[in-house]
Design a protein around this ligand. Structure first.
Ligand code: NAD
Length: 366
C-alpha cells in the first residue's frame, strides 16, 4: 500500500515538474539579434526556460548568446517564423506561456534597397506565425503573443509625441512593413480572439547591436580611427532608450499588460544625431586617445528620412508603473565601454555589412 502511495506521489511530483516547466517556457523570436538577445538574458536571469527561434541573418550574432548558450534553460532553434511545418511543432512541443516576437528585418537603409525582403519577413512570415498561433490556441489557451514594434510606424512627428491611438503614417518600407504587421496582429485579436499585446518602442541602444545602426557605427568608427558619418544636417531627432530599459518594459507588459492593447515605450529623451555623436566623442576621450580621422562628417541624407520621432509613454507609466531608469549619458558610457571590451563582437560579423553604406543607390538616380 505504501509503495502505491509513493508511486502516486512520484507521478504527481513528475506532473507538477512538467507543468511547472511548461509554465516557465517562453519563446523569443529574433533572439540572435540586438533586443532579442538582451531580452533572453533578462528572462534567463528570471529563471524562465527560453526557446530562441531565429532564421540567422546578417544581423544575427552568436556572440550575443555566449553568456547563456550552455544553460539548461536555453534552447536555440534555427527557423523562420513563417515556417508552417516547424513552427506549429515547436509550439505544441513547448506550449509557451508567452511568445515575444522580435523577428524582423530592421534596417531602414536596407529596406530602401531591398523592400521585398521586408515584406517577406515582416509581413508574410509574421502572417504565417499568426496562423500557427491560431492553431496553438486550440491546444493551449494560456499564452500571449507580445508583438514588438516601433515608433517609426507613426511617421514624422515634428511637434508633440505620438499616443497609442494616433494614426499610422510610415515613411520607409521598413516602417510600413512594421505598421502592416501591427495591423495584422491586431486583426487576429479582433477577429479570432488571439491573445496579443503590441508594443511600440523608440530607438534602442546598448550592447549587442549591429554597427549598421547609428550608435554602434559611431563607436566602431571611433575605435577604428574612421570619420563619423552623419546623414544630412545632423538635426534628425530620435527618442533614445537603453535596451535594458526596453526589456524591463516588455517584461512588465508580459506580467501586467492587457490583451488587445498597444503600449508605447520610450524614455522621453530626444537627441539629434549630431548631439549623440558629440556625447560619444566626449565619452571616448575618457577611455582611448582617438585618432586624427575621428571627426563628424556630414554625408548625403537618406531618402525619405523622417525628421523626428517621439512617443508619449504615459500609459506605460500610469497603468503598468514602468519608467525608463538609465539616463542617456550613463547609457552611452556603458555602451561605449561594452564595445571597447567586446571587440570580438565585430569579428562575428561580415566587415562589408559594417562599412558599406546602403540605401543611397536611389539617391544617385534622382
Ligand atoms: P536585429 O536586426 O538586431 O535582430 C533581428 C533578428 O531577427 C535577427 O537575428 C534575424 O535573423 C531575425 N529574423 C528576422 N526575420 C526573421 C524571420 N522571418 N524568422 C526568424 N528570425 C528572423 O533587430 P533588433 O534591433 O533587435 O529589433 C528587434 C525588433 O524590435 C524588431 O521587430 C524591430 O522592429 C523592433 N524594434 C527595434 C528598435 C531598435 O531601435 N533596434 C526599436 C523599436 C522596435
Amino acid at each position: 500500500y505504501c509503495d502505491i502511495v509513493v508511486i502516486h506521489f512520484k507521478i504527481l511530483e513528475y506532473n507538477i515538474i512538467v507543468l511547472f516547466n511548461m509554465n516557465k517556457n517562453i519563446i523569443v523570436t529574433g533572439g540572435l539579434g540586438f533586443i532579442g538577445s538582451n531580452l533572453i538574458d533578462l528572462l534567463i536571469k528570471k529563471n524562465f526556460h527560453v526557446i530562441n527561434i531565429d532564421k540567422v541573418n546578417y544581423s544575427s550574432n552568436f556572440y550575443n548568446v555566449k553568456n547563456f548558450k550552455f544553460k539548461k534553460n536555453y534552447k536555440f532553434i534555427k527557423c523562420d517564423i513563417g515556417d508552417l511545418k516547424k513552427i506549429p511543432k515547436i509550439l505544441s512541443k513547448y506550449k509557451p506561456r508567452a511568445i515575444f516576437n522580435l523577428a524582423a528585418e530592421t534596417h531602414v537603409d536596407r529596406s530602401i534597397d531591398s523592400p521585398k525582403q521586408f515584406v517577406n519577413s515582416n509581413i508574410l512570415s509574421l502572417f504565417n506565425l499568426l496562423e500557427s498561433l491560431r492553431k496553438l490556441k486550440k491546444i493551449n489557451k494560456k499564452f500571449k503573443l507580445i508583438h514588438i514594434s516601433t515608433d517609426e510606424v507613426f511617421g514624422d512627428i515634428l511637434k508633440g509625441r505620438s499616443k497609442e491611438n494616433d494614426s499610422y503614417k510610415p515613411s520607409s518600407p521598413y516602417a510600413a512593413s512594421k505598421a502592416s504587421s501591427d495591423h495584422l496582429v491586431y486583426s487576429y485579436y479582433k477577429t479570432y480572439n488571439l491573445p496579443i499585446i503590441i508594443t511600440n518602442c523608440t530607438n534602442n541602444y546598448g550592447a549587442n547591436q549591429h554597427p549598421e545602426k547609428l550608435i554602434p557605427k559611431l563607436i566602431y568608427n571611433i575605435i577604428n580611427n574612421l570619420p563619423l558619418p552623419i546623414y544630412g544636417n545632423g538635426k534628425n531627432s530620435r527618442e533614445w532608450i537603453y535596451v535594458q530599459d526596453h526589456c524591463e518594459a516588455l517584461f512588465k507588459v508580459f506580467e501586467k499588460g492587457k490583451l488587445g492593447e498597444f503600449y508605447n515605450i520610450g524614455s522621453g529623451i530626444n537627441l539629434s544625431n549630431t548631439q549623440i555623436a558629440k556625447i560619444l566623442l566626449r565619452i571616448s576621450k575618457k577611455y582611448i586617445s582617438t585618432g586624427s580621422k575621428v571627426r563628424l562628417k556630414y554625408i548625403k541624407d537618406r531618402p525619405g528620412h523622417d525628421v523626428r520621432y517621439a512617443l508619449n509613454s504615459n500609459k506605460m507609466k500610469k497603468k503598468l508603473k514602468w519608467l525608463a531608469k538609465i539616463n542617456i549619458e550613463k547609457g552611452l558610457e556603458k555602451t561605449f565601454k561594452w564595445y571597447l571590451e567586446n571587440k570580438d563582437y565585430f569579428k562575428f560579423l561580415n566587415k562589408r555589412d559594417i562599412v558599406k553604406r546602403l540605401g543611397n543607390k536611389w539617391l544617385k538616380k534622382v
